[in-house]
Design a protein. Structure first.
Ligand SMILES: NC(=O)c1ccc[n+]([C@@H]2O[C@H](COP(=O)([O-])OP(=O)(O)OC[C@H]3O[C@@H](n4cnc5c(N)ncnc54)[C@H](O)[C@@H]3O)[C@@H](O)[C@H]2O)c1
Length: 437
């Protein structure tokens, strides 16, 4: 059965680019999002998120007449659900309320022969055990009267448009015929391979991928903590270790963020609480890194010193502050009594949830006692060190990303500390041991 019209629920980081791609591939797309912010932006033709080239794509999609935006779903050949699946912070379980609501929103407009695709990342079993029963309330049985599939997203923020088209992706069907129907839909613009499987396997694969990343970052972070204790530069150690043909240690940092890698491993823990010791430990290691960074800061300056924190987003060159470890560092520093100034050229003024004022670089640096680099945005790597030297009073820098040109900052009189490098003061016990030896 051909799919000409798509009703896409959730016009965020995933839904908006996906809907625009389908529109430009010739499908009629009804984009649905109840958010007044999203509605206001898109009704005036403005992409509601910051992603390279997205504005051009959205403008082209709207101008083609094949993408329109509204607040409620309507009849279509296919429905795609790309709504949030956050973590419930009290239980560390997936909050599926948005997915359930989106499914209930579709029920009145479902028709025989429709295809429903869940793109949101979910704990394994959700399509079968949560989504299918809600859709069946329409009187149409998934796998018999309608097709149902899970087609997870693998795109990297900052490269979403390229990866949407080029990445291989999964079509996980409620039945093999459902997988086939979903694969056929995505062929409209996907140039990568589309691999057919069942819905629960597709759900498992998606969360496994992000868990793999999280566990490996945790290992790099643990190496960094060890290196600091024993007086080794972990960056040099990793560089040397990665010469081994079968070793690829990732980069340590102030923690793991974004609403995928820091969240999805918990979906596996939720699925098998007794069998996920390693995954849980990795989450704990990564979640403890912001506290560690604030500990390193305390070795440089004490509260209430004014400090400039460079970077708020969860990674470089994006505007997304969800689950950002940099934001957590800022919260902890405010709690400890530092006069925190935040600076991030990618974050819009007025972004909710910031614990301190967001200032232009010069204002953030002026009379600061210390500077902490938390996100390796290019703008910070290319910062004018002459200007920084003229503004910053304390001349102390903590680089939590190994992104600054250390020699250049040192040449301007800065004392530069590096996360993962044994330049931090050693614990007293260790010093005594060495002294005895
Ligand atoms: N952002 C990424 O890089 C990425 C990558 C892979 C997978 N994912 C997954 O994709 C899903 C969506 O993520 P996102 O980053 O696009 O989220 P997002 O928060 O940017 O966007 C979700 C949108 O859904 C809207 N929404 C909520 N309930 C709705 C409903 N009932 N009907 C219609 N719209 C509704 C919200 O208003 C919001 O605009 C999540 O499960 C996420 O884990 C995201």
């Amino acid at each position: 059965m051909s799919t000409n019209s798509i009703c896409l629920l959730g016009l965020g980081y995933i839904g908006l680019p996906t809907g625009s791609m389908f529109a430009l591939a010739g499908k009629t797309v009804i984009g649905v999002d109840p958010s007044p912010r999203v509605q206001a932006a898109l009704s005036s033709g403005v992409a509601s998120i910051d992603e390279p080239e997205l504005q051009t794509l959205v403008t082209a999609a709207i101008n083609s007449g094949r993408l329109r935006v509204q607040t409620r779903p309507e009849l279509a050949d296919a429905f795609i659900i790309a709504v949030p699946t956050p973590l419930d912070p009290t239980t560390n379980r997936a909050d599926l309320s948005f997915v359930k609501q989106a499914a209930w929103d579709i029920v009145p407009v479902l028709r025989r022969g429709n295809l429903v695709v869940l793109e949101s990342t979910v704990p394994p079993g959700t399509t079968r055990d949560v989504l299918a029963p809600i859709l069946a309330e329409s009187g149409l049985m998934p796998g018999r009267d309608i097709c149902l599939a899970h087609c997870p997203e693998r795109v990297l923020p900052g490269r979403i448009l390229v990866e949407l088209e080029q990445n291989d992706r999964l079509a996980g069907g409620f039945t093999p015929a459902c997988a086939e129907r979903a694969a056929d839909l995505y062929q409209a613009f996907v140039k990568g391979a589309i691999m057919r499987t069942d819905a629960t396997t597709a759900e498992m694969v998606k969360v496994m991928e992000n868990t793999f990343r999280d566990v490996n970052v945790a290992l790099a972070n643990e190496f960094a903590l060890i290196a600091e204790r024993i007086g080794v530069d972990v960056w040099e150690a990793i560089r040397l270790a990665n010469h081994h043909p079968r070793v690829n240690v990732l980069r340590p940092g102030p923690g793991v963020g974004g609403h995928c890698i820091a969240v999805d491993p918990w979906f596996l823990v939720e699925s098998a609480p007794e069998g996920t010791r390693l995954i849980r430990a990795a989450r704990e290691v990564n979640d403890a890194m912001p506290e560690h960074v604030v500990g390193r800061l305390a070795a440089l300056v004490s509260p209430p010193a004014p400090i400039a924190l460079l970077g708020v987003t969860y990674k470089a060159e994006v505007d997304d502050v969800r689950e950002s470890p940099a934001l957590r560092v800022a919260e902890l520093a405010v709690e400890r009594g530092y006069a925190v100034r935040l600076c991030d050229p990618h974050v819009k003024p007025g972004t909710p949830g910031l614990p301190a004022p967001l200032l232009p670089l010069e204002q953030a640096l002026r009379d600061a006692e210390a500077v902490v680099l938390l996100v390796d945005h290019r703008a910070f790597q290319e910062v004018d060190v002459d200007l920084a030297a003229a503004l910053v009073s304390g001349k102390r820098v903590l680089d939590a990303r190994n992104a600054l040109d250390r020699a250049r900052w040192q040449a301007h009189g800065f004392e530069v500390s590096l996360l993962g490098s044994g330049d931090s003061p050693r614990p007293a016990g260790r010093r005594t041991e060495r002294a005895r030896a």
